[in-house]
Design a protein around this ligand. Structure first.
Ligand SMILES: Cc1cc2nc3c(=O)[nH]c(=O)nc-3n(C[C@H](O)[C@H](O)[C@H](O)COP(=O)(O)OP(=O)(O)OC[C@H]3O[C@@H](n4cnc5c(N)ncnc54)[C@H](O)[C@@H]3O)c2cc1C
Length: 541
């Protein structure tokens, strides 16, 4: 292994972001290497193999749009694709575009620093030595740093443990076992009905109930697929200009001005559509006005009460501590019905918090639960966790984690002042997790690739976001966010699920379409907000 392998670009991560970035950079003739901690491609869809893992955006939308040939030859089978189907798709993409030879698997980037003198990044890994590159692109994912519950004693627990976000490749069954699931976010809501089917007894440990709607999943018919394929270009154009990368009716009406019956009818139609954004898209004020929001929230609570037979359990499942839509909505297949099973028990951690793991299970302030297996569906240090886990040092040793100690700071979610030639794909302060992420990923990757082309054409070697542009963007993201109800929720969007993490609403709520226009405008006016420099240090503002 040479002291430092030299590349034009290093991409960290081989999920949907990293793979498309590799494809684009290689097309441009850049010598590129992808470094990936996992032993395969797929990112989220490699790691999250828990039972019931499924995408909440429809399959024909949650897919790359960059290759019409790829669109034609791949056929999705269900409205919402399962994790295995998405992973097969991503592997197909890697094979079809011959991406594997340029990826180093089973290797984690642990630190990286920028050298002012050479204008290059040195990247250190755990198992494959050092790499050096002009450009460093973090495709490390927004939901890729899993976390465990903050209670003591896990090391003494003698039963089986599983983490939804790091499930492993082997088939896991729970037949005849006493199982505990901790967490009722999206992964918990997807896996609980399936685990309940197998387990002798299932205890669900819930701190915060979430709003979930039935996905209405079903096989796609051959006609539907053919129709979509015939109109794919128009659909992709709609995705790119929509609010969340999920085209659908965008209401201009106000819930507070609507008659109650009319409102209920609209909520019901949205409920029946089984789409992530349907309910919050019914009226323009749902995510802005607490009164409008409460009407939609109560509609969902009524559905929970109508589904769950035990009124006390139903009330415990009803979310009340945050406005609907301000935590990620969930789509489910039979989630609330699961609580009508005799082998399923809901434990309300707000009333009886977790105290510790014991050798045989979990103890709350009230009861000790004997468990043969525990499943952690406890989420992620979202948006910043994977980035700050790497020791990133920019110009003059500027430390990324310290720079972000009060919350993430960057320009367009893409680049940071003091960190030249470093890009992040769907970073915090971009629409990312509030969107169909494939749409956002392609937009960011294309921006980065086009920017590198521009630099090459004009003889620039170094690009860096200016401090002013960064400050203005951070302020703009906060201003737009504060206009909504989002900051009111204790959510992973605001860092509230990680003790000690600063409370900042991290995604950009302005919308995918608006964000794209903003980025296009930045590029059109010579990458406004960035400084570009030639190797001889000529600065072009
Ligand atoms: C359970 C679950 C369900 C989801 N459902 C949806 C959905 O319905 N719709 C939607 O739009 N999005 C969904 N997402 C978000 C999903 O993460 C994105 O859609 C998309 O897959 C992100 O791709 P990515 O390549 O940017 O990141 P990831 O897929 O997270 O890939 C990042 C990769 O970087 C690697 N990596 C990170 N740090 C390092 C390091 N230091 N060194 C080496 N490698 C590193 C990781 O191992 C990982 O493979 C979901 C996420 C989860 C967890």
């Amino acid at each position: 292994m040479p002291a430092s392998e030299r590349y034009d670009a290093i991409v960290v991560g081989a999920g949907l972001s990293g793979l498309y970035q590799l494809y684009r950079l290689r097309e441009l003739g850049l010598r590129t290497r992808v470094i990936e901690a996992a032993d395969g491609v797929g990112g989220t869809w490699y790691w999250n193999r828990y039972p019931g893992a499924r995408c909440d955006v429809q399959s024909m939308s949650y897919s790359y749009s960059f290759s019409p040939d790829l669109e034609r030859e791949w056929t999705w089978t269900e409205k919402y694709p399962t994790q295995p189907e998405i992973l097969r798709y991503i592997n197909h993409v890697a094979a079809r575009f011959d991406l594997w030879p340029d990826i180093t698997f089973g290797t984690r980037v642990i630190s990286t620093h920028y050298d002012d003198a050479t204008g290059r990044w040195t990247v250190r890994t755990d198992t494959a030595g050092e790499f050096s590159a002009q450009f460093l692109i973090m495709a490390t994912g927004c939901l890729s740093a899993p976390k465990l519950p903050e209670i003591p004693g896990l090391e003494r627990y003698g039963g089986r443990t599983h983490q939804t976000a790091n499930w492993g490749n082997d088939e896991v069954r729970f037949d005849g076992l006493r199982v505990g699931v901790i967490g009722t976010g999206s992964s918990g809501i997807q896996s609980i009905p399936i685990i309940a089917d197998q387990a002798a007894d299932l205890a669900v440990f819930q701190r915060t109930p979430n709003f979930s709607m039935p996905a209405g999943n079903r096989p796609l018919s051959a006609d539907e697929v053919a129709d979509m394929k015939a109109n794919y270009r128009d659909w992709r154009a709609l995705q790119r200009t929509s609010r969340a990368g999920i085209p659908g009716p965008e209401s201009m009406e106000f819930a507070v001005a609507a008659a109650p019956e009319e409102r209920t009818a609209k909520f019901q139609a949205a409920w029946d559509r089984g789409e992530l954004t349907a309910l919050i898209g019914t009226y323009i004020d749902i995510l802005i006005d607490p009164v409008a929001n409460e009407a939609a929230a109560e509609f969902v609570r009524d559905k929970i009460r109508a589904t769950v037979h035990d009124p006390e359990v139903a009330e415990t499942l009803c979310p009340r501590t945050f406005p609907v839509g301000t935590k990620r909505m969930c789509l489910d297949s039979g989630y609330y019905q699961t609580y009508n099973r005799p082998n399923v028990h809901l434990v309300d951690l707000r009333k009886t918090p977790l105290v510790e793991f014991t050798t045989t299970g979990i103890r709350t302030t009230q009861t000790e639960y004997e468990l043969d297996a525990i499943v952690f569906a406890t989420g992620f240090d979202a948006m910043t966790g994977a980035l700050t886990a790497i020791n990133v040092q920019g110009r003059n040793g500027l430390d990324l984690a310290s720079q972000w100690s009060g919350g993430p700071r960057n320009y367009l979610g893409l680049a940071m002042a003091g960190f030249p030639n470093l890009f992040t794909i769907t970073g915090p302060l971009s629409p990312s997790v509030l969107s169909n992420m494939v749409v956002s990923i392609e937009q960011h990757v294309d921006f980065i690739a086009d920017c590198i082309v521009y630099m090459g054409e004009h003889g620039y070697d170094v690009i860096e976001a200016t401090q002013n542009a960064q400050d203005d963007w951070v302020q703009h993201v906060a201003d737009v966010g504060s206009f909504t109800l989002f900051p009111k929720a204790e959510s992973w969007y605001t860092g509230a699920n990680v003790p000690g993490k600063p409370r900042v609403f991290m995604p950009y709520i302005g919308g995918v379409g608006e964000f794209r226009l903003k980025c296009d405008a930045v590029a059109a006016i010579w990458y406004e907000g960035f400084t570009m420099t030639r190797a001889d240090q000529t600065v072009i503002a």
